[in-house]
Design a protein around this ligand. Structure first.
Ligand code: ZN
Length: 303
């Protein structure tokens, strides 16, 4: 009996040894981050979406968005929890270009000791104004993805091949999306492509896809429209028989509702400008946001 038990133990020992040896053999050569989470903060939802897709399948990556879905990154006030999470993070991704100003302030005040990656590196910016809404041109979003992919490779080189593969898949999806937007917009005659929306968030979108955007407020939702600007816009809508008037998911609809009322127009839906929707909404991802905006705009323009 004693001998049999010993054999059982020796057998178990050999089996465990074999499992351990096989595991070691299969592990990457420099397991620097093995078992250690990489804590990632994204300033707003669109960057979080790109981070999630690039790191898909890697359980050691933890991603937190400071500005939540449906909240306004221009004016968002970070909470004590945001500051606590940021202080323990390894990296933060920001848009920059004066977009998420309070988040940038928090980077200084939270005691964050990690690396700041600005995703707009290499993007050609609007010449006349400091306009941060560069992501609405899908080609710019592709640059964001390349910058985020390269940052992950730099921070976590052991998983380079996964970042390259996921990044490549996402770039391919965005290239197809860009073509789809061009094809869809081209079905609308050029002279009909004039849109009125709450704030000046769609300059890059308009430039990339040949649509003219007008808005009573400037590039930040915090700006106030002057009575003169509003009157000029109302005259323009009447003179040019513009019917495509939209509200946005964040900016206050009050002014645009007033303009629609005074010009006898009806509002044609909600565009997603600066934040994604929550998961049950029409724009929970970057690609679904672009599709939703294009479909909503084009439907109103050909009516
Ligand atoms: Zn904005």
């Amino acid at each position: 009996m004693f001998i049999r038990k010993s054999f059982l133990f020796i057998g178990l020992f050999i089996a465990l040894g074999l499992i351990f040896a096989l595991h070691t053999y299969n592990s990457p050569p420099h397991p620097a981050r093995e078992g250690k989470p990489l804590k990632v903060v994204a300033s707003f939802t669109i960057l979080k979406d790109f981070c999630e897709k690039i790191t898909k399948g890697l359980p050691h990556i933890k991603i937190w968005a400071i500005v939540p879905p449906e909240a306004d990154p221009h004016s968002y006030q970070p909470t004590p929890l945001d500051s606590k999470i940021l202080s323990k993070a390894d990296v933060i991704f920001i848009n920059g270009l004066n977009f998420e100003k309070n988040v940038e302030k928090m980077i200084q005040s939270s005691g964050f000791g990690g690396k700041v990656y600005k995703v707009t590196g290499g993007v050609k910016t609007r010449p006349d104004l400091s306009d941060p809404h560069t992501w609405h041109d899908v080609q710019n979003a592709i640059l964001y993805v390349k910058n985020i992919r390269d940052a992950f490779i730099k921070e976590d080189p052991d998983h380079r091949s996964i970042y390259q593969e996921n990044g490549g898949d996402l770039i391919q999806i965005l290239e197809q999306l860009d073509l789809w937007v061009k094809k869809t917009v081209q079905k609308v005659p050029l002279e009909k492509r004039v849109v009125v929306t709450t704030h000046d968030a769609f300059w890059y979108f308009g430039k990339a896809y040949d649509i003219q955007f007008l808005s009573p407020v400037g590039i930040t939702t915090e700006a106030e429209a002057s009575a003169k600007d509003v009157a000029t816009l109302i005259d323009f809508i009447r003179d040019h028989n513009i019917k495509a008037i939209f509200v946005e998911n964040l900016a206050s609809p009050r002014l645009i509702e007033q303009i629609a009322r005074e010009t006898g127009r009806s509002l044609k839906g909600t565009l997603y400008a600066d934040s994604l929707s929550a998961s049950g909404g029409p724009a929970p991802h970057y690609a679904s946001m672009i599709k939703h905006n294009v479909q909503t705009i084009c439907k109103a323009l050909i009516e």
